[in-house]
Design a protein around this ligand. Structure first.
Ligand SMILES: [Zn+2]
Length: 276
């Protein structure tokens, strides 16, 4: 499942090639959306933005193309005249502008919405503050952690709840908890002010670092050293995620794979002790 940083990078790429351009045609591979094709043709694309794990393409006629990639959806951009690479994936959306085609394959959660539809959309309307949105501040995230609706929940599940904050999936959840030295069963109400501030700051910093670096949540100096030593991107990018059995970078203890919030959770049993 792509997490906020991956969607943010896709949105930035699509925004670069689509924003300000007229959609000469928009085609849908889902029958239910065929009727929307003429409504979008000829409209100018104002911008492309990530919202949590979803993507919104805004048109100047007040319509928005919503897509949620789930596990398999993938956007591709091809230059005009270029043929898309052969694939078994199903083409779901094609947006044609004068310079390129933006193609979405495999996703099935797609809708064309007006402003009211965005405001009441079952996924979008439930989203908490987006950690990758510049207006989301540490103070806002801290206040979410202190909110009575959330403060008694276990962090292992809470961090991935898109209604709490939008953008964190499993790898970011594991990495944030490790950086803060917190066990997944910890609840926000058990944190003192310093720990709460540090957690809020890390919840903002790590997704933003991941978005900028293409997915590196490890300490960047350590990441560079590991790559110099011959490790692959996947081997070097994380503190703990998928590193079970390997030594913790801080204390040397073996990272373990547990379960929290319905998904595998990787943690250091020494650096992330369970609160008494
Ligand atoms: Zn450790």
């Amino acid at each position: 499942m792509p997490e906020g940083p991956e969607i943010w990078r896709v949105a930035r790429r699509l925004n670069e090639v689509l924003a300000g351009r007229v959609a000469t045609a928009v085609e849908f591979g889902l029958d239910a959306l065929k009727g929307a094709e003429p409504k979008l043709a000829g409209a100018t694309i104002q911008g492309v933005r990530g919202r949590g794990k979803a993507l919104l393409i805004d048109f100047d006629n007040g319509l928005h193309l919503y897509s949620h990639n789930q596990l398999y959806g993938r956007w591709m951009v091809i230059e005009v005249g270029e043929q898309p690479a052969p694939t078994r994936r199903r083409l779901r959306v094609a947006i044609h502008v004068s310079t390129c085609d933006a193609l979405l394959y495999s996703a099935s959660d797609i809708a064309v919405l007006d402003d009211a539809g965005v405001a009441t959309h079952p996924f979008l309307s439930r989203l908490g503050p987006d950690l990758l949105a510049p207006e989301t501040t540490e103070m806002l995230v801290s206040s979410r952690l202190r909110d009575p609706r959330f403060r008694r929940r276990r962090l292992g599940g809470l961090l991935m709840d898109q209604g709490f904050v939008a953008g964190i999936g499993n790898y970011l959840r594991c990495e944030i908890l490790f950086v803060c030295g917190l066990h997944p069963l910890t609840t926000p109400q058990s944190l003192d002010d310093d720990d709460c501030s540090r957690l809020a700051a890390t919840m903002l910093a790590l997704p933003r670092q991941s978005a900028e670096t293409g997915g590196v949540t490890n300490d960047l100096a350590r990441y560079a050293r590991l790559r110099d030593a011959g490790l692959s991107f996947e081997q070097a990018r994380f503190h703990v995620f998928r590193r079970d059995g390997d030594a913790c970078y801080r204390c040397g203890m073996a990272i373990v794979k547990a379960r929290a919030g319905g998904q595998p959770c990787y943690l250091c049993p020494a650096c992330q002790r369970r609160e008494a």
